[in-house]
Design a protein around this ligand. Sequence first.
Ligand SMILES: Nc1nc2c(ncn2[C@@H]2O[C@H](COP(=O)(O)OP(=O)(O)OP(=O)(O)O)[C@@H](O)[C@H]2O)c(=O)[nH]1
Ligand SMILES: [Mg+2]
Length: 481
Amino acid sequence: MLLATTRQRGLTGLMQRPLGIQLCRFHATSTFWQDQDEQRKRRSVDYKLRGKGRQFVDFLRVVARGGNGGDGCVSFHREKFLAKGPPNGGNGGRGGSVIIRASSDETTLKRLGRACTGKRGENGLGGGRHGTKGDDLVIEVPVGTIVREVAPSTKSNSNDDDDYELNEREKREKRWVYYPRTDPDQHDVPGRKNYFNEAERMMDEEERYLEWRERKERLQGAINVDLSEHDQQVVVCFGGSGGYGNPHFLTTDNRSPKWATRGRPGEVRSLELELKTIADIGLVGLPNAGKSTLLGSISNAHPKQGSYAFTTLHPFVGTVDYADQYQLTVADIPGLIQGAHRNIGLGHAFLRHVERAKLLVYVVDLSGDAPWDDLATLQNELEQYRPGLTKRQSLIVANKADQVAIAKGNLAKLEDKVRANNIPVVPVSAKYEKNIVKLTSILRKQVETIRKQEAERRLQQQEFDQQDSLDSDSDSDDRTL
Ligand SMILES: Nc1nc2c(ncn2[C@@H]2O[C@H](COP(=O)(O)OP(=O)(O)OP(=O)(O)O)[C@@H](O)[C@H]2O)c(=O)[nH]1
Ligand SMILES: [Mg+2]
């Protein structure tokens, strides 16, 4: 209001007033402007996280549709001295499928639209030219995206529910393409065979078979795929098949079928995409503990650092490079606060990005009042998010050790408190890069051990599966003897 009036009066208006009055006015409004500023900041954080301007999207619902098939064509061969040539309409092309592929070049699901549709197949043409297949829609998502089908679509390709309201004539229009001036009812001549009814029966049978096949495929379960490797892909919706051209309905009796079928609609599926970053190490800590500073000092990443809470608004992954080309990935997430599981602060949804980390690193601030309480808060929030998560192999990084006066006493107390839990504590100063080499070597040792254990477990599982299949084979052999 005040700003509007000063703006309306303009600079000249302000200059005409005595200086004292102007100062009073600014003094009176300073708290008003502070409030406005805070509100604007809060709105901007909200906008970046939830509004259209959000830079990072890790959960999304989309409706995917395969492209519709192209229509078949009704056409006859025409040539000089050949008045009534054979049917030569081409089949329609298949609709494009929708494919979701993991790519290491992507970091967010932001670029996905809410509806993803494959391209329609081309219609068939005269002269026996079949329609070309519609292009597949390939959606690239970050590695670590989980694709889940939410509610299996009740819509089958035949669109039975939609057809319920349609009368016989409309149903036919939806399925058939006719030669000009062909009326299917014309074929109902008493005493003569109705070729169109015959074709309709044939298509009914085919549709029943296709529906049965679809149902059988659906019974295998809804889509639930974890795209954990680069270039791994899943076909979520197949395009509809193309319609038949009129030669398909050629019989020994009917030499000039004047109908073709339309393309079938593509599959429709509602999907849920959830990005769960795959990193070797996950950093968790309260806001301002120095997680981003630590990530910047140990890896090639340059996350934003700031002396205010919630500097980091979305996860950040950095790679730690060792001299012998060994690599580790580290994920930094926004700070957690007490009550994050009740959606306080930024909530705990971002924990999904450290959920799959092999090693959890708690970053605590040694210059704080009670770093052990911070640790307890973090562990409590992790447990609230997923019970048992704190049992994962972990490490405590006691940051800001350069604040010697407070840090020394706090470190001794912290080590005392966690001795029972058997979690190693490594004091560092991320800002001044002190003890960082020791930390990176500890991280490497721990991750190497976990990777080795995982490889052994996988090998054992493979051997067990092989043995299992061999046993079942020998059992079936015994039964046949
Ligand atoms: N003295 C000192 N200050 C540090 C150290 N590490 C980080 N800081 C400071 O602590 C503040 C917060 O650092 P960030 O790295 O942004 O903290 P964060 O945990 O990522 O914070 P959020 O992203 O808000 O969760 C910055 O002002 C850093 O300069 C350290 O080792 N010593
Ligand atoms: Mg940060």
